[in-house]
Design a protein around this ligand. Structure first.
Ligand code: NCN
Ligand code: DMD
Length: 357
């Protein structure tokens, strides 16, 4: 098995030469400079990450949905019963969830990974069981995980990334399922960015005003109880992740690191992925060079996480589902950005006149 330490050591930052070549090539293509807007930056990013221009077209894509439960559910932070996590895992495996429909639409495979569901799940094709615990402890009363559990979940995510790439995936899409995980996400965003609990906490699956106020207090307490209210970066990344993250957050952070170590682009989904990516970036800053922000979720902490990471979301549709749905929708855009670099004629080759003066 490849360890967390080995994976981090293998992550290389963007290759500036390949990125510069990609930028120069963009400017020779038969379009006005900058006319492809944010997609031009995606192509440059892909080239830098792959260390080659033009960059490989990142297809096919593989979605991994990391599922886990949360002790903080006991604080009444979600209107949904905890069993919905395991029930939705069954739905993913049966092909009945939105993520399945979107994956079919974009030609992505779907892998479901149990890293911490509170029940034992029957074996099924498409299900990987890498259970680290039957859910986390309540993060508002102490650490959600031990550091050993966080490392085990990170390494489970790394293993899934490596396996999917070995099976032919050339793009990884993050997915999550975990009732109450927007509370853990908010706590991670607060801890890693130093933002106040009220700024990063949102309505998740759709809580009312009273529950939202309670959720903000739970996040604030979690930071205090775990000694994370001393400003961003005061506590090491692994301890921070273990204290207020979920098992799926740790696994997604590992999935990001695994993809980055193999120079395979990772499309991030919503706030769960964004908060997990903050942990991955704190462990290995160069990992961010291999990430694309698929979309911006309606959760307020997501935009703040992406700003902290320096990532611009591709799709903004007010999605707030998770599962990898926003990441999947972005996959054709990321492929289109790369394809342009292979197939579009240059002014020279097509005999098109360039702009005067
Ligand atoms: O991806 C997002 O940004 C997102 C925003 C709101 C809710 N979710 C999903 O909803 C679940 C968590 O919501 P909650 O209210 O139980 O914390 C979990 O399964 C997430 O996948 C996901
Ligand atoms: C039904 C349902 C589906 C989900 N998918 C991701 N999170 C979810 C939360 C709920 C409640």
């Amino acid at each position: 098995m490849i360890t967390l330490e080995q994976t981090i050591a293998a992550i290389l930052p963007c290759d500036p030469g390949a990125a510069a070549e990609a930028r120069a090539h963009q400017d020779r293509l038969t379009k006005p400079r900058g006319a492809l807007g944010a997609l031009e930056e995606v192509a440059v990013r892909l080239a830098g990450a792959a260390a080659v221009s033009p960059p490989p077209i990142p297809a096919p894509a593989a979605l991994a949905i990391f599922a886990a439960d949360h002790g903080v559910h006991a604080q009444g932070v979600s209107p949904w019963p905890q069993e919905v996590t395991q029930q939705m895992v069954g739905n993913f495996l049966a092909g009945g969830a939105v993520a399945n429909a979107f994956a079919a639409q974009v030609g992505a495979t779907v892998r479901v990974v149990d890293v911490g569901v509170a029940a034992d799940l029957p074996p099924a094709p498409g299900l990987t069981v890498s259970k680290v615990a039957y859910g986390t402890a309540d993060l508002s009363r102490g650490p959600a995980m031990t550091v050993e559990q966080a490392v085990a979940a990170l390494e489970a995510g790394i293993a899934v990334a490596r396996e999917l790439v070995e099976q032919g995936a050339r793009c990884l899409v993050t997915g999550d399922m975990g009732i109450a995980n927007t509370t853990a996400s908010a706590a991670l965003v607060s801890a890693f960015t130093g933002r106040d609990a009220a700024e990063v906490t949102g309505r998740g699956t759709g809580v009312d005003d009273e529950t939202l106020a309670r959720k903000v207090e739970v996040v604030r307490r979690a930071l205090r109880v775990n000694g994370l209210d001393g400003g961003a970066g005061a506590v090491p990344a692994l301890e921070t992740l273990a204290a207020v993250g979920g098992l799926e957050h740790a696994a997604i952070a590992g999935f990001v690191l695994g993809g980055a170590s193999l120079r395979v682009p990772v499309i991030l989904d919503g706030v769960i992925a964004g908060s997990a990516a903050l942990a991955a970036a704190a462990l290995a800053p160069a990992a961010v060079d291999h990430c694309v922000a698929g979309h911006r979720s309606a959760e307020p902490g997501h935009a703040l996480a992406l700003a902290h990471l320096g990532l611009r979301p591709l799709v903004e549709l007010e999605l707030r589902l998770g599962e990898g749905t926003g990441g999947l929708l972005a996959h054709p855009l990321v492929c289109a950005a790369a394809r342009v670099m292979h197939e579009v004629a240059t002014f020279d080759s097509a005999g098109v006149s360039e702009k005067e003066a």
